[in-house]
Design a protein around this ligand. Structure first.
Ligand code: SF4
Length: 456
């Protein structure tokens, strides 16, 4: 929060994004109906997930794609490493995929002597900086052009002062060489189309296409919730995702991959694999109340709208998925006890639920996570006692009046003696960086009694 440079970059990015989204949405005849329809399609897919996934597998395998099922991140990594071992892979190119971040694929490949090169420009910059993505759609939202110029200068030896076009040109030269020398390409999948067994990838740089088409082997990794029932549903999903994600009517490249190169086809990979990842998703599916979190299409709109995300930034979450959706799903994926604090990273203003194109009731899910964490005994003894005391005070007018008076006296003394914000301040964790609000010199009730006499 104290990094003004980062805050300015994030505010500029989110403000530009908000203006673009509003403008593009205005061109839709009936955006709310589109949201309703999108929600019903995802509901259908998630309610019948087993059936649609089996259908996807059947159709994909019929065209020569190998479908693998991974219960967790370790299994997914083992499947991919085994494919790499069989093909003696030394270099992998990757297009943007949050699910490969979730399974920490790059680190696993590096440990086995395989170089992984990110090809999405934002991901490539993040990789050069040795950082995870800052945002699920915009990996280097926190950087300015000048910051990126500095990164390229330091890591690629380019002269300082390059233009945006110059920087993009440098990345293009380096990455083209990587595509041509890679043995295997890894992509994510925006959608898994059940009735055709195809995967749909939507992106803006064409790097997903090159990653999946040029190397000998293509591996797509996708969470099981990415399945949609029918090919025709893409007519709704692709524009709704583009508008909510980047404010575009449609992203630049929309690719449908239906298997490895067929005998009659001139290009494409010799082998294609799809790894379907569970990694906690079936746990979420089993909970009727929070199941709808699996409807997420990872557009990132809730992050851009969230006042907390804009204030603390993507790295503060410490998770693969940041912002409101990350705070909702991470405790289910990684454990309620360790990750319950994320549910409190919300002002509960509801801005996230308002913008979500699939209508996920995000802020109420955060409340449910809080409730479940308390019910599971995750609250500390201090927290438990503090809230009981607070509830007792709020229930009793006499106790409320007494503590309000005591608070006023304590604040006056603390300020007089210079304790507030100092090492002696018991609330220092809060007051060291913020000014505590000044309590009113008298309560409304006292003011009424003094000026009008009697009870208000
Ligand atoms: S929860 Fe909704 S707004 Fe947030 S990323 Fe998912 S689809 Fe987008």
């Amino acid at each position: 929060m104290a990094d003004g440079h980062e805050r300015a970059a994030v505010s500029k990015a989110t403000a530009t994004y908000a203006a673009k989204v509003e403008e593009t949405k205005a061109a839709f005849l009936d955006w709310p109906s589109g949201r309703g329809l999108l929600r019903s399609r995802k509901w259908e897919a998630i309610e019948h997930l087993d059936r649609f996934l089996e259908q996807f597998e059947r159709h994909a395998e019929a065209r020569g794609t190998r479908v693998h099922w991974a219960a967790d991140a370790a299994e997914a990594r083992a499947i991919i490493l085994e494919i790499c071992r069989r093909h003696e892979v030394r270099r992998v190119v990757k297009s943007k995929s949050m699910v490969t971040e979730e399974i920490h694929l790059n680190a696993a490949l590096e440990r086995h002597g395989i170089q992984a090169v990110e090809t999405d420009l934002g991901e490539y910059i993040a990789q050069l900086r040795g950082e995870p993505p800052y945002h699920i759609v915009t990996p280097v939202m926190h950087l300015t052009k000048e910051d990126i110029d500095g990164v390229f200068h330091k890591t690629l030896g380019t002269p300082l002062g390059a233009t945006a076009e110059g920087l993009a040109g440098t990345a293009r030269r380096v990455l083209r060489e990587a595509y041509l020398t890679a043995d295997l390409g890894v992509t994510g999948a925006n959608f898994l189309v059940a009735d055709t067994g195809m995967i749909s990838i939507t992106e803006n740089e064409g790097n997903g296409r090159l990653t999946s088409a040029l190397p000998r082997v293509h591996v797509a990794v996708a969470g099981i919730e990415k399945v949609i029932p029918r090919l025709e549903d893409l007519a709704l999903f692709l524009p709704m995702l583009a508008v909510s994600g980047t404010g575009q009517p449609l992203t630049g490249y929309n690719t449908l991959l239906g298997g490895p190169r067929q005998p009659s086809e001139p290009d494409g990979p010799e082998e294609m694999h799809v790894v379907l990842l569970d990694n906690g998703r079936t746990r979420l599916l089993a909970e009727a109340e929070t199941r709808e979190a699996l409807h997420c299409i990872r557009c990132g709109a809730c992050l851009n709208a969230c006042p907390i995300f804009k204030s603390v930034g993507g790295f503060s979450y410490g998770t693969t998925y940041q912002g409101p959706i990350g705070s909702v799903i991470t405790p289910h994926f990684r454990g309620l006890h360790e990750w319950k604090h994320l549910s409190y990273a919300s002002s509960l203003c509801g801005a996230c639920s308002d913008v979500c194109p699939v209508h996920i009731d995000l802020h109420h899910h955060l409340l449910r996570n809080r409730r479940d964490a308390v019910a599971a005994g995750s609250a500390s003894a201090f927290e438990w006692i503090a809230f009981r005391v607070w509830a007792g005070i709020m229930r009793s007018p006499a106790a409320y009046r007494f503590s309000a008076r005591a608070g006023r006296v304590a604040q006056r003394f603390s300020r007089m003696l210079g304790i507030e914000g100092s090492l002696l301040d018991p609330a220092r964790a809060w007051t060291a960086r913020r000014a505590a609000p000044t309590l009113a010199p008298e309560s409304f009730r006292d003011w009424w009694k003094r000026t009008r006499g009697g009870r208000p």
